[in-house]
Design a protein around this ligand. Structure first.
Ligand code: BGC
Length: 889
């Protein structure tokens, strides 16, 4: 036999083996990234039936899961031992690998459940059991809390910033520890140490929620740190969002007027005994180096007042005072829901220079959010002052006017030791430039480090193309995201605002979800949306609500739109269930306002916020009538609510709200549309909103789209504000106006997305012209240089330049589309997006008129690929794997 025939036979044998119905464990199929409730090995879950997800890894094409088996045990080593298995699902024939309900016996407070999974695929492979993963429950009942709230003995309401109280407690560990968990929260922010070392690197704990209704606690595993002997816990508190000055009017004491601590350390010894160390009257309190600390204003830290060893055993606390206990409801305690806030990266100064006014300025090279870590040595009592700002003024001096009343000032008083390293504890700044005064000795790049801080979400996407300015835009979008995802989706991170503005959140959420895994971040925030929603269904302007008011069109609709985006992105139906009542209440609120006419013409709205304005006497700008917007959003939210009801099997509601949408749509057409499809108001935003929400008769859609395109061509630029900007490019391209869409995106003159980049922007600006073409600034009253709302165009870049599009019929990317559309002279692009199933990749390069596409489809998903073929498309349906396609333009 010739060697080649031998090879053929071997190959045939292999092929038959892989087609055989008998499954064999195969190296080619495995399972990774086990998650419970979106997280790897989470502690502190509170749902009795967490949803489990995993990713399939296969080197074969078109790999689909046919069946899975899960087993769980209270002990990692018990998984393989049938007697110790708590739950064995058996082989379940299902393609589901995402959000599979844990159906074992309901775990109790503090229980840890280990689990693993194995799967079979459609190629005859069976994976090995995966690595073991776990989830651990939090404290499920208020009674599980033995700890008492403690406060500093003289704590009282104050209208000025207060020093940070410190609390401490020594305790003995009597035996070998099997497990130890610290459950901890605070009124204010806490910084906790055990034996002189931080308990966690998580920051801004317990996070920001609507504190009167929901207060998060965190769970930390201290098992390895508790050896037999004496130990000490020390906790320092800052005012934070709880009682520091906050909101438009800089009110203090919004949620409460005293800082307080609630902590419970549960120690389980190897001999089975359990012991508790809890906050109670046995703790002691004092004050230390943090003289004042405030989210907007910064921190004053006097290192001479540090108490060396305060969180260690043996510290002399005879002069410390007793604490008082206080009683607050424990029903509102919930375990941490979103990702923790952490130090994510460090920036090194790019330049140190003297400003024209003599200030020493440091340029971090990037508009960032976080704070400066200072290294300094000098005499005790020397005071170093850091002032933070986003930009320099026209003369080149630090520009702070746009911060309004937020001081963003950090002061450090040296204790006079060798080298002192200080980073503020309870504040953050939004800045690129730092003015440094009082620094002893020579300031070098090593003296200051920029600590970038935000919610620690897993990066979920990347986008790059041949046009450098679009790459800078993508970077600015991501930096805008980082800076405004510090536990709550905020409008801006620097001036005296930094609040969870609903409208901004709503327009940016799709882009955020492309770039980061934002599932739990938004889930947490949506729970506050429900918590703060008014009885009558009105949704406040900001969540958590610290300013009052609400029910603004396009803003309050976040209550309906954001859950729907999470469902589309992550295939999450539980978020729809959880939010359903809130979504419905908001739509019913609008229904009530609109009454029988189905036109919503009352209330106070922001409208198409910050739309293009002009000083021309014959054209004052692109103002879109608020009645128009309110009625359009009413129809849109009613439609999404109807779809949500359908997903949840609430057929009657689905019908009711789809009929409601129809009626609003009719009323909308009668009121705002001429028989030929001209809209009043005749703005870009009006056409964008009407077309995106499907409010026009189908027969008039293309005429309306043409009017939009004509308007874009007439002005040569975008004229929308926040609401229109998110959807203008998707609308143009959906109706074939690719050239117009690319033109808007690539324009560099004001107003445009790239204009700020020509002015050196490293984040997205609040306004199209934060810095005007002549170099002067926009109105100081509202001119943030780090506002993500206009970054919503990022969604279009991923979906249309790179072509990664979810399939609304198969939420969560179980099936998706790859549909890139080169244009605007961009000749290559590549993007990735990490889904619950694994990473999608799409890249293309255009040479002459040949388009080479490369696509990766994760295991257990499939995709429909649109390959451009001279003005049309060739459509290919593929299973998982990596592919190359050739198209022509
Ligand atoms: C915020 C916005 C917000 C707006 C309301 C501003 O002060 O910064 O981003 O949405 O108020 O229109």
């Amino acid at each position: 036999m010739k060697p080649s025939s031998k090879l053929l036979i071997a190959c045939l044998a292999l092929l038959t083996a892989s087609l055989s119905p008998l499954y064999g464990t195969s190296g080619s199929l495995s399972v990774k990234n086990l998650k419970a409730e979106y997280r790897i090995n989470p502690t502190g879950l509170e749902t009795p039936s967490p949803r489990l997800s995993w990713e399939l890894v296969s080197n074969q094409q078109d790999c689909r899961q046919l069946a899975y088996q899960i087993r769980s045990s209270s002990d990692k080593n018990g998984l393989a031992d049938a007697r110790r298995v708590l739950w064995n699902s058996g082989m379940v024939e299902s393609q589901k690998s995402v959000h599979v309900l844990y159906e074992g016996p309901s775990p109790k407070s503090g229980d840890r459940v280990w689990w693993q999974v194995r799967v079979r695929d459609n190629q005859g492979n069976e994976s090995e059991w995966s690595e073991a993963a776990f989830f651990e429950m939090g404290l499920l009942k208020p009674d599980d809390w033995r700890a008492l709230w403690i406060e500093e003995i003289n704590a009282a309401a104050s209208d000025t910033a207060l020093p940070a109280p410190m609390f401490r407690k020594e305790f003995r560990v009597r035996d070998r520890v099997a497990s130890a968990r610290l459950y901890i929260t605070a009124h204010g922010l806490y910084h906790a140490e055990l034996d002189g070392q931080v308990v966690t690197s998580d920051l801004f704990n317990p996070g920001w929620t609507s504190y009167r209704k929901r207060l998060q606690y965190q769970v930390y595993d201290l098992t390895d740190r508790l050896t037999p002997g004496t130990h000490a816990l020390g906790v320092m508190l800052g005012e934070g969002w709880y009682l520091g000055s906050f909101g438009w009017t800089n009110n203090r004491n919004f949620f409460g007027d005293k800082m307080g601590l609630l902590a419970q350390l549960v120690i389980e010894y190897e001999n089975g005994r359990r012991e508790y160390v809890v906050t109670d009257p046995s703790w002691k309190a004092s004050f230390g180096p943090v003289i004042k600390s405030d989210i907007y204003n910064g921190e004053l830290y006097d290192a001479r007042l540090e108490k060396q060893g305060w969180s260690q055993a043996g510290f002399d606390d005879r002069l410390w005072k007793p604490v008082k206990t206080a009683s607050y409801p424990k029903e509102i305690l919930v375990s941490q829901e979103g990702p923790p806030v952490r130090r994510i990266e460090e920036l090194v100064p790019v330049q140190i220079f003297t400003a024209p006014n003599g200030d020493t300025l440091v340029d971090m090279g990037q508009n960032m959010v976080g704070r400066i870590r200072l290294r300094v040595s000098g005499e005790a009592g020397t005071r170093v002052t850091l002032r933070h700002a986003e930009v320099l003024d026209q003369q080149g001096n630090l520009y702070t006017a746009n911060l309004r009343t937020a001081k963003q000032q950090v002061e450090y008083i040296l204790k006079g030791s060798e080298t002192e390293v200080y980073e503020p504890l309870f504040t953050f700044q939004g800045f690129r430039y730092v003015s440094v005064s009082g620094y002893p000795g020579k300031l070098t790049p090593e003296s200051l480090t920029g600590i970038v801080i935000h919610s620690d979400m897993e990066p979920a996407g990347s986008f790059e193309c041949s046009e450098p300015m679009l790459n800078q835009l993508q970077r600015n979008i991501v930096w805008g995201l980082k800076g405004n995802f510090l536990d709550v989706p905020t409008d801006c991170p620097q001036r005296d605002e930094r609040m969870g503005w609903t409208g901004d959140a709503q327009v940016f959420a799709p882009t955020a979800c492309f770039n980061m895994d934002a599932a739990t971040f938004y889930t947490k925030w949506l729970r506050d949306v429900s918590a703060d929603q008014h009885e009558n269904g009105a949704v406040p302007h900001v969540i958590p609500d610290v300013i009052g008011g609400g029910a603004a069109t396009g803003w309050a609709d976040a209550a309906v739109i954001v859950p729907w985006i999470l469902y589309q992105t992550y295939g999450d139906t539980r978020i729809l269930e959880e939010q359903y009542e809130s979504m419905k209440a908001w739509v019913q609120y609008m229904q009530k306002q609109a009454g029988e006419r189905h036109l919503w013409t009352t209330g106070n709205h922001f409208g198409d916020w910050l739309a293009f304005a002009s000083t021309r006497s014959d054209y004052t700008g692109a103002t879109t009538d608020k009645d128009f917007l309110a009625t359009a959003y009413f129809a849109h939210s009613a439609g999404l609510l109807s779809k949500t009801a359908k997903v949840l099997g609430k057929e009657e509601d689905a019908r009711e709200f789809s009929e409601l949408r129809e009626r609003v749509k009719q009323a909308f057409q009668q009121e705002f549309m001429t028989p030929n499809g001209r809209l009043s108001p005749n703005t870009q935003t009006a056409y964008v909103v009407a077309l995106t929400f499907g409010l026009l008769p189908e027969s008039l859609e293309s005429a309306a789209a043409k009017r939009l395109a004509d308007d874009v061509n007439h002005f040569g630029h975008i004229t929308t504000g926040f609401l229109g900007a998110a959807d203008i490019n998707p609308t143009l391209s959906a109706y074939g106006y690719w050239d117009e869409a690319y033109k808007l995106l690539l324009r560099t003159a004001y107003p445009s997305w790239l204009y700020p980049i020509t002015k050196g922007a490293t984040t997205i600006w609040e306004r199209w012209d934060g810095i005007k073409p002549d170099g002067s600034f926009q109105d100081v009253g509202m001119n943030s240089f780090n506002h993500y709302a206009y970054g919503a165009v990022g969604n279009w870049m991923y979906r249309n330049i790179a072509g990664i599009q979810h399939d609304p019929e198969h939420p969560g990317y179980s099936h998706f589309f790859i549909r890139p559309r080169p244009g605007g002279g961009v000749d290559w692009a590549r993007a990735t997006h990490k889904t619950m199933y694994g990473e999608i990749r799409s890249s293309w390069i255009l040479e002459n008129s040949t388009l080479k596409m490369e696509v990766t489809v994760p295991a257990n998903t499939s995709a429909t690929i649109f390959i451009p073929k001279e003005g049309s498309f060739e459509i290919r349906k593929v299973g998982s794997g990596s592919y190359t396609f050739i198209g022509t333009m």
